[in-house]
Design a protein around this ligand. Sequence first.
Ligand code: P6P
Length: 335
Amino acid sequence: SIISIKKKDPSTLSRWILKEQQKYPKAKGDLTVLLNSVQLACKIIANAAKGAGIYNLYGITGEENKSGDIVKKLDTFSNESMINCISFTGTVPIMASEEAENSIIVPNCDQPKYCVVFDPLDGSSNIDANVSIGTIFGIYRIEDPKKPQDSDLLQKGEKLVCSGYAMYGHSTMLVLTFGDEVNGFTLDPQIGEFILTHRRIQIPEKGSIYSINEGNAKDFDKVVTTFIHRCKNPTKGSPKKARYIGSMVADIHRTLLYGGIFMYPATKDSPNGKLRLLYELNPLAFIVEAAGGKASTGSAPILSLQPTSLHQRQPCFFGSKADVEEIEALYASTT
Ligand code: P6P
């Protein structure tokens, strides 16, 4: 129980980040400051999300963001929290947010070192229904500290230093990776610290769940249609379970822990899929791959793609290695 963890000198996220830093004696602690600032933003957003109805944060501001989503108050609050907490570090001169059409320049940044891509509140269409929503972030090194620019934000996902997501559900979790292993922390509101609860998450090799918005089935290509048919009519064993929350962080979190496959393929309305490469797919692909799973376009790793614009969309298949490889084999057999 949480009480017994406290007695065993819990690994809080703050202490875990410091321990990580100790592995690199030459590290100045800039990444530690940055990660703790992101952690703080997630705690602030978690608190607001929990009390949204009370603080009148539900409802919309009526504006539209770059992706055409109607912006909800909690979106705006979350975006400002991330920008303010990350700007404090003094090492991040430029950021990309789902809520901002152009890159966000941090004035007077005197030690340019990192840049951050983030979706401050993903799944926001679910806020009023109290469905789990999340914050997704990815951290890259600035390529030329003397000249921070948009290209720093458009690096391939394989160049990520660190990525993570916070999920605001019945409990608030923060899942984080530096590319080698994936660890999950659960917020203990009594002490306001994220406690290490999921050590070295490993995604099951194969899963019994498929996750896709079948409302778009008429638009799916032959491969996706064939794969879904196989999920429902397996040649052996029982059919896969269908689970779709419609909040990417929640769907990916379940896939990470239970296994299976999450898909957002091309549709008529979204010929490049709906999900954004920079601040949704890449940070989550970095996590899924570090947990032993795969994140694919259907024919190439998501992390290998060269981004060309901040809000570009990309069809995607995330999950257990065997399930994603089955989709890749189907695509390979059609070329
Ligand atoms: P659809 C939420 O709005 C979101 O951006 C992701 O979190 C989620 O996976 C997807 O859109 C759901 O899209 O078209 O199934 O409603």
